[in-house]
Design a protein around this ligand. Structure first.
Ligand SMILES: NC(=O)c1ccc[n+]([C@@H]2O[C@H](COP(=O)([O-])OP(=O)(O)OC[C@H]3O[C@@H](n4cnc5c(N)ncnc54)[C@H](O)[C@@H]3O)[C@@H](O)[C@H]2O)c1
Length: 360
């Protein structure tokens, strides 16, 4: 895989900038990937993960930063796509020195990249990173940040699901539908609340007994099933993956009884081609990066001083965006995932082009 776009290397990723950062004393090994700044400074979280190799870390950051460009474009943000990875086990490598060293590398990019939390990093870590750089968001409430982003992520997923329900059943509500929630974590819990309030029946599963206990206490009407396979095979109208990536694979899709898939998990399609398999089975897939953009909307809002109502309004618009994508998919005869990519690329080209108008 090459980073530089070239006609000789069809596997080239076409990223603008990839920065390798090392601080031997603290043990920092990080890679920052900037896919595009066509719409504004790149924005995306920092993942801390014990990758098997440097190649695996690089592949992940290239993939994730590209994904952020598409997500930010469709969320209507003035941000390009970026992401960073810190190579190491978060429980072992994260220290004040390492996080601050990382912060200095982020600062060295002069605002071309804003960082935030991702898998393995938390708001408290961003507070440490912020001691060395201005270009960090997703901070704790005590430090003027917006705190936990799962609130608006779940709200946005619910909006996307409403748009999908309207597309399939004619009305933007989940009332009377059975929704299967896989993963009752931060996003899954909030989503369950919205669904019940809307009049849906919820079927759910989680590997963590504490999450199941939460459901028994707070929503005793939720039907708990043994695992994701049981959930997928259950008589549900909507499947909401809210745990890990790769939820839609060659085993899951043929077993799925739901007519709609809309959930918070990132990277739900296990490999290219799954979107076609879903479409062929008559399952409407609301693309993950469209419906789960509430979190990045929240951290983007925080950059200029967080206002919850303003951010919520923007996350509510995920309903309109999902609707637009589903209509475009029908008009152009392509799966929604393809329509979403086209719409994102259109915005990056149309709005990104305006930067060629010279300003003094
Ligand atoms: N939190 C956000 O703002 C946000 C934003 C965008 C996307 N996402 C994505 O949404 C998903 C959920 O995020 P979260 O913040 O709720 O994470 P979380 O860690 O709080 O919750 C994940 C839940 O899934 C459960 N789980 C893991 N493996 C499972 C399995 N095999 N079967 C059933 N349950 C399983 C875990 O026990 C946990 O309760 C992730 O894919 C995340 O990347 C989150």
């Amino acid at each position: 895989m090459g980073v530089f776009a070239s006609t000789d290397d069809p596997g080239a990723t076409g990223h603008e900038q990839v920065v390798f950062c090392q601080d031997k004393q603290s043990g920092l090994k990080a890679i920052i990937g900037i896919y595009s700044t066509a719409l504004g400074p790149a924005l995306g979280g920092t993942r801390c993960y014990p990758y098997a190799s440097e190649e695996a870390a690089l592949a992940d950051v290239l993939d994730l930063s590209r994904g952020m460009a598409y997500k930010n474009a469709l969320a209507g943000l003035d941000h390009g796509g970026g992401k960073a990875v810190i190579w190491g086990d978060p429980d072992q490598v994260k220290s004040e020195a390492l996080l601050r060293a990382y912060g200095r590398f982020v600062q060295s990019l002069g605002g071309r990249y804003y960082t935030a939390c991702d898998v393995g990093t938390y708001v408290a870590d961003m507070d440490v990173v912020a001691r060395e750089t201005r270009y960090v968001t997703g901070r704790s409430v005590e430090h003027g940040g917006a705190g936990d982003s799962s609130v608006l992520t779940a709200w946005g997923v619910f909006q996307g699901m409403r748009a999908a329900a309207e597309h399939v059943w004619g009305s933007p509500t989940l009332r009377g539908r059975r929704v299967g929630v896989a993963g009752l974590g931060k996003v899954g819990k909030h989503l369950t609340g919205h669904l019940i309030e809307d009049g849906a029946e919820v079927v759910a599963t989680d590997v963590d007994p504490r999450a199941l206990e939460w459901a028994r206490v707070h929503h005793p009407g939720v039907d708990l099933v043994a695992d994701v396979s049981a959930l997928v095979a259950a008589d549900i109208d909507v499947y909401a993956p809210c745990a890990l990536g790769g939820a839609l694979d060659d085993d899951t899709v043929p077993a799925l009884r739901a007519k709609v898939v809309a959930g918070g998990a990132n990277n739900q399609l296990a490999h290219p081609g799954i979107e076609k398999l879903l479409a062929d089975r008559g399952v409407l897939y609301a693309p993950d990066y469209v419906v789960n953009a509430g979190g990045v909307i929240q951290v983007a809002d925080e950059i200029d001083g967080f206002n919850f109502e303003r951010a919520k309004l923007r996350a509510t618009r995920i309903y309109d965006t999902t609707r637009q994508i589903l209509r475009l998919a029908d008009d152009e005869g392509v799966p929604p995932a393809v329509a979403a990519d086209r719409l994102a690329e259109r915005r990056m080209a149309d709005v990104g082009r305006l930067r060629t108008i010279h300003l003094r």
